[in-house]
Design a protein around this ligand. Structure first.
Ligand code: PRP
Ligand code: URA
Length: 208
């Protein structure tokens, strides 16, 4: 599938397996979400543009590099919140802009309830953070919002994707690369990913 990157890193496979387990408690679950998010964001940012700069070490001036673009992290509330810290560890100067979207339980359509983006875009590359890409409705709505905001370069960083959600995002926004830890089998009749990990928000926040 074009523009789909599924991590093959052994650490990712190991941590995702513990995350999936129904016996993993919220504290451990939150830690793993953060760690996996950091690993995936590291892979997702391997093509960021850098420019040469000079740097003075304690001993001598030498060549170095600096990131060209300003990065924005866009967690989709709630479940995307748990991914922020893990990614921020690698890019502490990234701006974080929250988008609140939940899925209507009956229609599975995304419902937006929070967006305080300023009028003008303040970043040039956005990483959308959300553990689950199920029907793809929430991700597509978020990309719509970011494109309307004026951001040209957008990447989706998630943990588990269903084929249905991946196809929806790719068809709606073929220019948005999708970075995942795994692609699962399918959605069940309630729109949950199989085998998945259950409800990512509930498992992080202990609200199941
Ligand atoms: C979950 C998840 C995604 C969405 C994915 O959020 O975090 O945002 O579902 O489903 P989709 O691809 O079909 O849109 P949820 O609606 O459960 O809200 P929550 O994070 O606040 O619990
Ligand atoms: N949201 C979740 O948290 N889990 C799923 O399997 C699907 C949507």
């Amino acid at each position: 599938m074009p523009n789909l990157y599924v991590s093959t890193h052994p650490l990712v496979a190991h941590k995702l397996t513990i995350l999936r387990s129904k016996d993993t408690e919220p504290k451990k679950f939150r830690e793993l979400v953060g760690e996996l998010a950091g690993l995936l964001a590291y892979e997702a940012t391997s093509d960021l543009v850098i420019k040469p700069v000079r740097v003075q070490t304690p001993l001598k001036e030498t060549d170095g590099y600096q990131l060209v673009h300003k990065i924005g992290l866009i967690p989709i509330l709630r479940a995307g919140l748990g991914m922020v810290e893990g990614v921020w560890n690698f890019m502490p100067s990234a701006e974080v802009w929250h988008i609140g979207i939940y899925r209507d339980e009956k229609t599975l359509k995304p419902v937006q309830y929070y967006n305080k983006l300023p009028i003008e875009p303040t970043v040039s590359v956005c990483l959308i953070l959300d553990p689950m890409l199920a029907t793809g409705g929430s991700a597509v709505a978020t990309v719509d919002i970011l494109k309307q905001w004026g951001v040209k370069r957008i990447k989706f960083v998630g943990l588990i994707g269903a084929p249905e959600g991946i196809a929806h995002l790719q068809n709606s926004h073929p220019d948005v690369p999708i970075h995942l830890a795994a692609v699962d089998e399918r959605l069940n009749e309630n729109g949950y990913i199989l085998p998945g990990l259950g409800d990512a928000g509930d498992r992080q926040f202990g609200t199941a």
